[in-house]
Design a protein around this ligand. Structure first.
Ligand code: ATP
Length: 289
């Protein structure tokens, strides 16, 4: 039996950093949105523990991989000793602010729950996922959600209008931990307002959504990598309604009214220096095929 799963990326439509917690993590408030761009994972029963193979992306194939850690977590939680072979077909850019590792971890939890018939409910899987990364519970839930805490406390929101997205990733990887370390409240120029974003999402008001795009981490990563400001300008010049860095970056997304408008923006965008992907918002996260 082969189980195939789809692991969708995410963007942050708004992200606010509220302060540092006693455990060293930062308290965030963010509106997360699933996007259609996804990795594909294939799981088949194996005999020799957890074995990974990776196609199409530069990620570790061993114990450091979040897929390995997710599978190991299910095995230790349940005492299951069965092995599994996993093929990860990577399409989400790595270390990009698009939550690719978290999405793969979420897809692993869902697939192994089915393969090993462990019977976890979605909320139980979300609690397990928290141990792997703050974005994993969101990837399991999918759609549109307001997140608090480290990002793991979720409140589902009504679906975002189906928007087109142009994702632009410069040829650099960013360490999320390093960006949070360099965060200073005084760097933030446009104060992220999650409440206003939620209101506009509920109303399906695209102009309001665009107006409220804001990310407190953007100026931090931008200081390290000034080309992020250039990408934003280029996306707007190519016709994007708005543009914002996702998560800790460096990927910048440009919003468009629909996927066709996103394709037109991407066609106008000079791709000499950056990877450009066309996708759209999606109301599902992780999914078994
Ligand atoms: P986040 O915003 O959740 O920090 P990100 O999009 O910035 O995520 P990822 O693509 O998840 O970054 O990768 C972060 C790091 O995790 C990379 O250094 C990568 O080597 C490691 N990693 C481990 N497993 C995976 C995986 N399955 N897919 C992608 N990265 C992985």
């Amino acid at each position: 039996m082969v189980i195939r799963s789809i692991a969708r990326a995410k963007i942050n439509l708004v992200l606010n950093v509220l302060g540092k917690r006693p455990d060293g993590y930062h308290e965030v408030e963010t509106v997360m949105q699933s996007v259609a761009l996804h990795d594909r994972l294939e799981f088949s029963p194996g005999t020799g523990g957890i074995k990974l193979s990776v196609a199409g992306g530069d990620i570790p194939p061993g114990k450091e991989n979040l897929v390995y850690r997710a599978a190991e977590l299910v095995r230790t939680q349940t005492g299951i000793r069965q092995g599994v072979n996993v093929l990860i077909k990577k399409a989400i850019p790595v270390a990009a602010g698009l939550g690719g590792g978290s999405a793969d971890a979420a897809a692993t939890l869902v697939a192994l729950n089915k393969m090993w018939q462990t019977g976890y409910s979605l909320s139980e899987l979300m609690r397990l996922g928290e141990q792997l990364g703050a974005d994993v519970p969101f990837c399991l839930l999918g759609g549109t959600a307001l997140a608090g805490g480290k990002g793991e406390q979720l409140e589902p929101l009504p679906s975002c209008p189906g928007l087109g997205l142009v994702l632009v990733k410069p040829p650099i990887g960013v360490s999320t931990a390093e960006v949070y370390r360099a965060f200073r409240p005084e760097l933030v120029e446009k104060k992220p307002d999650c409440r206003a974003m939620v209101k506009n999402l509920k109303e399906g008001n695209i102009a309001g959504i665009v107006e409220n795009l804001a990310n407190a981490l953007e100026p931090v990563t931008m200081k390290m990598h000034p080309q992020i400001a250039v990408i934003k300008k280029k996306l707007l010049a190519a016709g994007a309604l708005g543009a914002l860095m996702s998560g800790s970056g460096p990927t910048v997304f440009g919003l468009a009214r629909d996927p066709e408008a996103a394709r037109a923006i991407a066609a106008r965008y000079d791709k000499t220096y950056e990877q450009v992907l066309v996708t759209g918002t999606c109301n599902r996260g992780t999914q078994i095929e």
